[in-house]
Write a protein that binds this ligand. Sequence first.
Ligand code: HEC
Length: 174
Amino acid sequence: MSDGKAARPRLRIFLWLAALVFLGLQFIRPALTNPPVTADLEAPPEVKQILRNSCYNCHSNETKLPWYDHIVPAYWLVVSDVTEARQHLNFSTIGAMPPERQRGVLFEAVNQIQIGAMPLPAYRFMHPRSAVTPEQLAILRAYLKSLKSATTVPQAAVAAAAQSAPNEPPFMRP
Ligand code: HEC
């Protein structure tokens, strides 16, 4: 009996201390800034919408965190993910890359979705609506395919031109 009575105030003190520590930690906030969007990805709206919904929170300069991501320690995780993610792939600056390179990056991006690596599984668990559905994946794949055929057209034209003037390699012409 007397034991239980003695334990209760101690428990209460412990809980108050834990709450204070939790509140104190909230003030330890690494900065998360959104630098200007200089060369946003150019793609059809249905493609961009999918990437915006599933990837832009980490892979762009337009990070918008829901309120619960602002709570430490979740906030620390998200900030470190966003910082790292932007270094690997940033849709806000991708437009500055040569088209061929952009295509390669997009290819890798869709690949990462397909193998279930992106969005990061922990993030997907906490933000279920960020998951890419099979229908959305099909849209992305179709877009990649259209990019591929668009870049093979000039190649075909070059080959046709080479055929019409076999002695003159296409790259020698002005
Ligand atoms: C929670 C933040 C987060 C989200 C959301 C997210 N990523 Fe990532 N992404 C990362 C991090 C962190 C890395 C770097 C570490 C790694 O590869 O695991 C990364 C790496 C990548 C890479 C580079 C992989 C490599 O090996 O270089 C690609 C491509 C990528 N992500 C695509 C996407 C796509 C596409 C989406 C949306 C469907 C997406 N990511 C959503 C955090 C995220």
